[in-house]
Design a binder for this molecule. Structure first.
Ligand SMILES: [Zn+2]
Length: 466
């Protein structure tokens, strides 16, 4: 295993943030970074610092690392760059005889985006208390759909390779398939209500009502009970996905109405896990905000006889500053709530998993965040199916090119074609594309386990965790 010594300049204000980012880079390049007081292979610090020994020199953008103010954005060599103190040159890297010098600070960019410092500092939220996508620094420049972090991770990796360091990095892009079980049953009462209130045309509303009643009479599966449609389509490519179920004790009007302890649910959960699919917790509307709700919900879901390893919050209602502590108290291993409900894209600047940063302790929390990139409801409405497919193709192609990761969320009900025409076809096409391009499709719990092991092997547990 390659060890690379990093020297952090004495002038750098917040060393633990730099250490945190190097561990992120290390995890995604199979490198063990170690700190050294002098003569590192990498020197991170003042721009004018010179070192005879350092092979890679990275200047520190203090303001960006401290998150003091909104950074500026620009594109250099086709790569989206954030900066504040240091104005990057026309080229990202300057190659010298025996060293490479960055003209900008990729470490601070990665920190700024994955630490979610802009969310921690933001006081403005939407009506559900969520960070607003248009407030992201990535939004105005159109960078939300670009994995900005991945570009800079790769730039650092390339510089290390050019300087003959050996990386032991992952060779295939990753995809994570997930389903939130919000509305697994289209009730007859609800179907009547939709007959008068639905957004669809009348013919379609009548169709789904008669179909829902007809299936009930014939004791067929309810139109929204689509576990089999998803698992069959995925299993066709050898893929396994995760289904997130809610188990609230106190329901708000926003929470799903089913009881996970009902016979049908317990049977289905047992069947899914027996077939190798994952069952996770869909934390209720207030779960990550309020008291020990999340812990109790996890216990309730586990009472159906399943081991639960991760959370995705309902409504993607998540608070970066306190949410991970709730997840940790509930003894969960990962979260996958950091996406936007109104748009697709890279809320954290990456689809790659990472350990969240705690600004209270200036350390990482040993919970893997697996950022959500594409949610069906944020992608498909108000778009032609052709355009939807094109967006997905671009996203998958970018992940393929950068060796990234993409997490997808298709709700259970959307395989009902009368209500959601074309949505399931889009999903099936996506599965095919992932398979054809050799994506490694992983269950989120497997990802969480393998990264925790990798962090241990590379010596990062003591390095970043409190
Ligand atoms: Zn939900």
């Amino acid at each position: 295993m390659q060890k690379i010594r990093v020297q952090i300049g004495s002038d750098v204000p917040n060393k633990s943030r730099v250490v945190y980012v190097f561990s992120f880079i290390g995890l995604h390049s199979g490198v063990k970074f170690e700190l050294t007081e002098e003569n590192g292979d990498i020197l991170y610090g003042k721009r004018k610092d010179t070192s005879k020994e350092a092979k890679v020199i990275i200047p520190c953008d203090y303001s960006l690392l401290e998150g003091n103010s909104s950074p500026e954005t620009r594109t250099i060599e086709d790569i989206p760059v954030l900066h504040k103190d240091i104005v990057p040159g026309d080229k990202l890297l300057e190659k010298h005889e025996s060293s490479i010098r960055f003209t900008y600070d990729p470490v601070a960019i990665i920190f700024y985006l994955i630490s979610r410092i802009e969310e921690v500092k933001s006081t403005e939220t939407d009506t559900h208390g969520r960070f607003i996508s248009t407030n992201s620094v990535l939004h105005p420049s159109g960078f939300l759909n670009e994995p900005v972090v991945d570009y800079h991770l790769n730039t650092v990796k390339r510089a290390l390779k050019d300087m003959s360091f050996e990386l032991d990095d992952r060779k295939t892009p990753m995809a994570i398939l997930t389903h939130d079980v919000d509305q697994p049953i289209r009730s007859i009462k609800g179907s009547f209500r939709l007959l008068f209130e639905g957004e669809k045309d009348l013919k379609s509303r009548v169709n789904s009502l008669t179909d829902t009643i007809g299936r009930k009479i014939k004791t067929e599966d309810n139109p929204f009970w689509n576990f089999g449609s998803f698992t069959t389509a995925e299993a066709g490519y050898g893929f396994k996905s995760a289904f997130f179920f809610t188990a609230p004790y106190y329901r708000t009007k926003y929470d799903p109405k089913y009881n996970v302890n009902g016979y049908n649910f317990r049977m289905k959960i047992a069947e899914l896990t027996a077939k190798g699919f994952e069952v996770g917790l869909h934390g209720s509307y207030n779960s990550v905000i309020d008291g020990d709700k999340l812990t109790k919900e996890k216990e309730k879901l586990e009472n159906t006889g399943v081991n639960v390893y991760g959370n995705r919050s309902h409504y993607l209602r998540f608070e970066v500053a306190g949410g991970y502590r709730k997840i940790q108290s509930a003894n969960l291993k990962y979260d996958s709530s950091l996406g936007y409900s109104d748009t697709i894209g890279y809320r954290c600047g990456t689809g790659l998993p990472f350990y969240p940063y705690d600004f209270g302790t200036e350390k990482a929390i040993p919970i893997l965040e697996i950022p959500l990139i594409v949610m069906d409801g944020a992608l498909i409405p108000n778009r032609e199916i052709e355009e939807v497919n094109e967006i997905l193709d671009n996203l998958v192609d970018t992940a393929l090119r950068l060796n990234g990761a993409v997490t997808f969320l298709w709700h259970l009900r959307t395989a009902y074609d009368i209500d959601y025409p074309g949505w399931f076809d889009v999903y099936k096409r996506l599965l095919k594309k992932l398979s054809e391009n050799g994506f490694d499709v992983l269950k989120p719990s497997s990802l969480a386990e393998s990264y925790m092991n990798l962090a241990g092997e590379l010596g990062y547990h003591d390095f970043i965790f409190e």
